[in-house]
Design a protein around this ligand. Structure first.
Ligand code: ASP
Length: 343
C-alpha cells in the first residue's frame, strides 16, 4: 500500500476522554476535540484520520445493545473507505462491546481495535495517550503482502492486544486492565509490536462484510452459590419473556445435583429456554467429568466450553436476534463462530 493509512476513530466515551469537574471532582465524559488536543503526537503518525462520535459520549456502564448497533453501523457504512477502525470506549463494559461486535460484524477482514484508559487523557500520568497511539498503529499495520495484520475485533490495553471475544476486565486500577486466560495475546506491546500470527484470525479470502444488527435482549444470567434456594432459582427462571440463560456454574461446569435443581432447569428447557453452562472460574473450560453433569446434559443444558461470560451473553443475544430454528441455536451455542471458544 503506497498511500497513507486511513483510519476511522469512533469515540463513544469512557475515562479516556473524561475531565474532572473542578467542584465535585467527579469524572464526566467530554468531547472528541478535547481528547485530540491532549494527544498532539497523533499528528506524527502519517495517517489520514477521521472521527465519529456518540452524540453524547457516555460512561460505558451506560452502554446498551442499541449503542453496539450504532458502532457496528459506523464500521459497516464506512468499511470500504477505511483500512482500520479504532473504537475509544470505557473499560467497564469494553469486553461486552468487543464480544458483541465480533458476532455482529460477520466476515470482518479489517482491524477493529477497541481501547480506552484507566486515567483520563488530560492527566499527566495517563495511559490513554499510549493506548490510543498503539491502537492506531495496530489498525494501520499490514503484513508483507499488504493485507491487514489484524482482521478481527481486538482490545488493545497497555502491553497486550487481546481477541475481543476472549478478553475480560480484570483490574479496576492496573494499567494492564484486561486479560484472556483461555487464549494467548494476539500481540505483545514492548519496544515493538510483536504479533502472534498463529493466534491472529487471518484469512486470504475476502467475502463481503455481512453486518447483523438484530440483537434479542431476552436473556438473563443466573449465578450459582452454595445456599441458592429453590425459590430464588425458580423465580429467576420464571422471568417473563426470557429465551436464554447463561448459567454461571462452579469449577468445570458443576451444579448442585439435588433433584430440585435439575428439575427446575429441565422444566425451563422444556419450555424452550436455552441454558448455557459457563464456569465462574476465570480460566479453564466446562467439562462433563463429575456426577450430576449427565443429568444436566440429558436435560438439554448446552456447554459453553471455555467461553467468557461476556461472549456467552452477547452470543445468546446475537443468535436469538437472527431468529434461527432451535436446533441451529443450540448447535451454534456449542460451536465457535469467530474464535470465542476453543473448538
Ligand atoms: N467507568 C468508566 C467507563 O467504563 C471506566 C473506564 O473507562 O475506565 O466508561
Amino acid at each position: 500500500m503506497n498511500r497513507r493509512p486511513r483510519i476511522l476513530i469512533i469515540y463513544t466515551g469512557g475515562t479516556i476522554g473524561m475531565i474532572e469537574d473542578p467542584e465535585t471532582k467527579v469524572l464526566r465524559p467530554f468531547d472528541f476535540n478535547h481528547l485530540m488536543e491532549n494527544v498532539p503526537k497523533v499528528k506524527m503518525l502519517d495517517y489520514e484520520i477521521d472521527n465519529m462520535q456518540f452524540d453524547s459520549p457516555i460512561d460505558s456502564s451506560d452502554m446498551t445493545p442499541d449503542d453496539w448497533k450504532v458502532i457496528a453501523k459506523g464500521i459497516a457504512d464506512n468499511y470500504d473507505k477505511y483500512d482500520g477502525f479504532v473504537v475509544l470506549h470505557g473499560t467497564d463494559t469494553m469486553a461486552y462491546t468487543a464480544s458483541a461486535l465480533s458476532f455482529m460484524l460477520e466476515n470482518l477482514r479489517k482491524p477493529v481495535i477497541i481501547t480506552g484508559s484507566q486515567l483520563p487523557i488530560g492527566e499527566v500520568r495517563t495511559d490513554g495517550e499510549e493506548n490510543m497511539i498503539t491502537a492506531l498503529q495496530i489498525a494501520a499495520a499490514r503484513d508483507h503482502d499488504g493485507r491487514p495484520m489484524v482482521q478481527e475485533v481486538a482490545i488493545l490495553f497497555e502491553n497486550f492486544l487481546w481477541r475481543g471475544n476472549r478478553a475480560s476486565k480484570r483490574s479496576a486500577d492496573n494499567f494492564n486492565a484486561f486479560c484472556s486466560n483461555n487464549y494467548p495475546p494476539l500481540a505483545r506491546i514492548g519496544l515493538d509490536i510483536y504479533y502472534d500470527k498463529d493466534a491472529l484470525a487471518r484469512s486470504a479470502v475476502q467475502p463481503p462484510l455481512n453486518p447483523r444488527y438484530n440483537l434479542d435482549t431476552s436473556v438473563i444470567s443466573i449465578e450459582l452459590f452454595p445456599g441458592l434456594t429453590p425459590e430464588s432459582l425458580r423465580h429467576q427462571l420464571a422471568t417473563p419473556g426470557i429465551k436464554g440463560v447463561v448459567l454461571r456454574t462452579f469449577g468445570a461446569g458443576n451444579t448442585p445435583t439435588e433433584p430440585w435443581f435439575v428439575d427446575a432447569i429441565k422444566e425451563a428447557i422444556d419450555k424452550g429456554i436455552y441454558i448455557v453452562n459457563v464456569t465462574q472460574c476465570t480460566s479453564g473450560s466446562v467439562r462433563a467429568i463429575y456426577k450430576g453433569c449427565d443429568a444436566l446434559s440429558a436435560a438439554g443444558v448446552i456447554s459453553g466450553r471455555d467461553i467468557t461470560f461476556e461472549a456467552a451473553i452477547t452470543k445468546l443475544m446475537f443468535l436469538l436476534g437472527i431468529g434461527l430454528p432451535p436446533n441451529a441455536v443450540r448447535s451454534y451455542l456449542n460451536t465457535a463462530l469467530c474464535g470465542e471458544m476453543t473448538a
